[in-house]
Design a protein around this ligand. Structure first.
Ligand code: GDP
Ligand code: ZN
Length: 356
C-alpha cells in the first residue's frame, strides 16, 4: 500500500477532523487511542492518529462495521506505528451506493464526510447521474455540493439551466484546476478538519482538483501513484488531511451509480416534483394514468420536467427493490431470533418436563 500522507504536516487529531464532541463522547471510558482510517486495504488499514500514520489490523474477525476510509476507530497496542482496531466509532455520515451487479448490498464509499463534491465536467453534465448522486448524498448525512469541473473549456463559464434545475437545494461551483476558477469558493466552504469527498465518473478531474486545492505535497505523492500508462494504479480511496485547507478524499471513478438511499432522500432530490404531486387529485396518485395528475400535466408541457419524472419513478422502483431486499434480510434476522427463542423454550421444556 502506498501512503499518500506521510509527508503531510498533520500535527493533531483536529487536523484530521476530530471534534470536541468526539472527545466528550469518549470521556470516562477506558479506551484505546483514536485514529482515522486514511486508506483501506484487504484486511489491513492505514490510519492516522494525529502525529503519525499507523498500519492497523482488526482485533477480531467480527469487527462491525468493517472500517472504511474516513472512519474513526479506537486502537490499542504499544507499537507507535501499528495497532489493533478494537472498535469503530459511530459514524456522523455514511456515503454508500448499492453494489454493482444487481446485488442489494451497500458498498460504503466513505464515512464521516462533511461535504460531498459531486463532480461533472461542465461541458458534459449528465443530469440523470446528478440526480442519482444527489440522492445518495442526501441519504448520507453529508451536504452535497455540485462541482462543475473544467470550466475553462467554456468560453464563458456558466451553469446550464437544465443542470441548475436538478440541483435544487445544493450549491453549484464552477471550477477549473487550469485557471483556478472556483478554488476560492471551494476553500471557503472548507477549513481545517472539514472533510470533502469528491465523487463522479473517472476523467472529470477529481484528482487534479484535489491537487489544486492541496498544493505540492499531494501532487508529488500522486505522481507515485501513476504507472507507466499515466493512469492511477490504485483503486483504493485516500484521505488527505491538509491543515488549513481540509481533509480531502478523492474516490475512484464509478461508471454506474445506484444510490443507497430511501424515500426520504429521494424527496430531498425531487422537492419540485413532490410539490407538484400535492396538486394531484388523488393523494396516493402514482402519476401514471390517473386523471387530474398535476405531475403528468407539468411533464407534458416541459421536457426537463418529463425527464425528471421518469428518473424519479425509476429511482423509486430501484429504492423500493432495495427496501424489499433489506426487509427480507431483516425478516431472516427476525426469523433466526424467533428460532432461537423457540429452541430455548424447547430446551427449558425438556428440563422442566424431562422425557422418561
Ligand atoms: P479523475 O479521474 O476524475 O481523477 O480525473 P483527473 O484528475 O485524472 O483528470 C482527467 C483529465 O482531465 C486529465 O487529463 C486532466 O489533465 C484533465 N483536467 C483535469 N482538470 C482539468 C481542468 O480544470 N481543465 C481542463 N481543461 N482539463 C482538466
Ligand atoms: Zn399525480
Amino acid at each position: 500500500m502506498t501512503s499518500p500522507s506521510n509527508a503531510l504536516p498533520v500535527s493533531s487529531l483536529s487536523d484530521l477532523g476530530w471534534r470536541l464532541e468526539d472527545s466528550a463522547a469518549l470521556s470516562g471510558r477506558p479506551v484505546g487511542r483514536p485514529a482515522r482510517i486514511v486508506q483501506q486495504g484487504r484486511g489491513a488499514w492505514h490510519g492516522h492518529d494525529g502525529t503519525r500514520e499507523l498500519v492497523l489490523h482488526a482485533r477480531s474477525r467480527h469487527l462491525e462495521p468493517t472500517p472504511v476510509t474516513g472512519d474513526w476507530v479506537l486502537v490499542s497496542g504499544d507499537d507507535p506505528s501499528a495497532g489493533l482496531i478494537d472498535e469503530v466509532l459511530p459514524r456522523r455520515s455514511t456515503l454508500a451506493r448499492a453494489e454493482a451487479g444487481g446485488r442489494s448490498v451497500a458498498q460504503v464509499i466513505a464515512a464521516n464526510v462533511d461535504l460531498v463534491g459531486i463532480c461533472a465536467a461542465v461541458d458534459a453534465v449528465n443530469p440523470r447521474r446528478l440526480e442519482r448522486e444527489l440522492t445518495a448524498v442526501w441519504a448520507s448525512g453529508a451536504t452535497p455540493l455540485v462541482v462543475l469541473t473544467k470550466a475553462d473549456l467554456l468560453e464563458t463559464p456558466r451553469v446550464d439551466a437544465a443542470v441548475a434545475a436538478v440541483c435544487i437545494g445544493a450549491d453549484i461551483v464552477l471550477a477549473s484546476a487550469a485557471t483556478g476558477l472556483g478554488l476560492t469558493d471551494l476553500r471557503s466552504v472548507l477549513g481545517t478538519g472539514v472533510t470533502l469527498a469528491l465523487i463522479g465518473p473517472s476523467g472529470v478531474g477529481k484528482s487534479t482538483l484535489v491537487n489544486a486545492l492541496a498544493g505540492g505535497d499531494v501532487l508529488a505523492t500522486r505522481e507515485v501513484r501513476r504507472d507507466g500508462k499515466g493512469r492511477h494504479t490504485t483503486t483504493s480511496r485516500h484521505l488527505v488531511p491538509i491543515p488549513g485547507i481540509g481533509v480531502l478524499l478523492d474516490t475512484p471513478g464509478m461508471r454506474e451509480f445506484a444510490p443507497w438511499a430511501d424515500e426520504e432522500a429521494l424527496a430531498d432530490t425531487f422537492p419540485d416534483l413532490e410539490e407538484l404531486a400535492a396538486g394531484c387529485r388523488f393523494s396516493d396518485c402514482r402519476h401514471e394514468r390517473e386523471p387530474d395528475c398535476a405531475v403528468l400535466a407539468a411533464a407534458a408541457e416541459d421536457e426537463t420536467v418529463a425527464a425528471r419524472v421518469a428518473q424519479w419513478r425509476l429511482l423509486q422502483r430501484e429504492l423500493a427493490h432495495l427496501e424489499r431486499r433489506r426487509d427480507a434480510r431483516l425478516m431472516s434476522a427476525e426469523g433466526k431470533r424467533l428460532a432461537a427463542v423457540h429452541k430455548a423454550a424447547v430446551q427449558r421444556n425438556r428440563i422442566e418436563h424431562p422425557r422418561r
